[in-house]
Design a protein around this ligand. Structure first.
Ligand code: NDP
Length: 351
């Protein structure tokens, strides 16, 4: 029997609001939520994006609502009514913002906005799950010499000050990282200040790769992370790009799994979860392409097989995904499966 301190969770089969449902990660989250027998209301910006998803999930309990701009006040006031859980993935993820505000306005206002809407109109909501990032855990150019292991106790302390110092001239990746730090901090502050009836779980993935299910018409409009892999497949990398670790990574299906399980596992309340399968480098991808798709042109050789040493956790910054494995039960998908399915999905689009 649950005792009075056991949090109430969304009931089986209940309705979950999934924001930014048209995104790379969110479509997989929708698929996992449906697999876990929830019904899903996705927020999207356009009817065309909503109809694409309705068609993708034909026969399943999926519907959509239009929320054109998550940064607008009260944007989710209607959408939260009658749902028992919320998964908030929507946030700009790209490395070409002209200003920090271009990212922070939707990132912070969207995050705090949905929490406010739930507090105001979402009386049936038990738990909100927010997609943050490992960018909130550690920033690029932090100056901290590897090796080190990052856990949920760590915060990126460098990206926000760098943006304050450099303004619109700040490094674009740092700008994105700052938007994730500020949005996640604002979420926890809201919870601390208002102590609402629902609880919060935050998911912190590093680079997310894997098959694309979302609507992508042109290769230029691929989402940011898969776009990095695609740039290698297109032969834009040289020998000089190969050495060195790129960071931690995880398969998009594992990210989706932990989002959905966060609505099912009581202990996930008021927790952050890094979801990370380990480290990767561009050499991993070039080795994969040479071995499996040798006709792809302009792929540098580098040092075949050298990726393992480059990514040795004893030598690099390492994001630990152990807590998500322990509490949420994720069993991380391998690099080989991830790269294979990602490559095949891109090729299926003709890119
Ligand atoms: P996508 O760009 O594919 O998805 C972003 C989603 O957010 C899209 O549905 C987009 O809508 C929506 N969105 C962005 N800005 C607005 C806005 N102002 N109003 C309404 N909707 C908006 O990226 P991902 O799927 O990769 O990212 C999803 C989440 O995961 C983000 O929070 C990102 O920061 C986080 N993340 C991603 C990682 C990765 O490697 N992919 C790693 C770690 C965290 P539309 O499709 O209409 O543009």
């Amino acid at each position: 029997m649950p005792n009075s301190s056991t949090p109430q969770l969304p009931s089986p089969g209940s309705k979950i609001l999934l924001t930014g449902a048209s995104g790379f990660i969110a479509v997989h989250v929708a698929a996992q939520l449906l697999k876990d027998r929830f019904s899903v209301v996705g927020s999207v910006r356009t009817v065309a994006k909503g109809d694409y998803l309705k068609n993708l999930f034909k026969g399943k309990p999926f519907s959509y609502v239009i929320v054109e701009d998550i940064g607008k006040p009260d944007a989710f006031d209607e959408a939260v009514k009658g749902v028992e859980g919320v998964v908030h993935t929507a946030s700009p993820f790209h490395w070409n913002a002209a200003s920090l505000e271009e990212l922070t306005d939707p990132a912070i206002n969207g995050t705090v906005g949905i929490l406010k809407s739930v507090a105001k109109n979402g009386s049936s909501v038990r738990r909100v799950v927010i997609t943050s990032s490992c960018a909130s855990v550690e920033g690029p150019f932090s100056g901290r010499p590897p090796p080190y292991t990052l856990t949920e106790d760590d915060w990126n302390l460098t990206s926000v000050p760098m943006c304050e110092r450099d303004g619109d001239q700040a490094n674009k990746i740092v700008m994105y990282c700052a938007s994730k730090v500020l949005a996640e901090r604002a979420a926890w502050k809201f919870m601390e200040d208002t102590k609402p009836a629902f609880d919060l779980t935050v998911i912190n993935p590093p680079f997310v790769f894997g098959p694309i299910l979302h609507q992508v018409e042109t290769e230029e409009s691929l989402n940011q992370s898969v776009g990095v892999f695609h740039s290698v497949v297109k032969g834009t990398k040289t020998e000089e790009d190969l050495p060195g670790p790129m960071g931690s990574w995880v398969d998009v299906r594992d990210v989706a799994f932990v989002h959905s399980k966060s609505l099912l596992v009581p202990e996930a309340g008021n927790q952050r979860f890094i979801v990370s399968a380990g480290e990767f480098c561009v050499q991993d991808w070039t080795d994969f392409l040479h071995a499996n798709h040798p006709s792809v042109p302009n792929i540098p050789q580098g040092q075949p097989g050298g990726g393992e040493e480059v990514c040795d956790p004893a030598k690099v910054a390492h994001s630990s995904g152990d807590k998500a494995a322990r509490v949420l039960g994720v069993q991380y998908i391998s690099k080989e499966t991830c790269w294979t399915d990602m490559y095949d999905s891109i090729k299926a689009k003709g890119f």
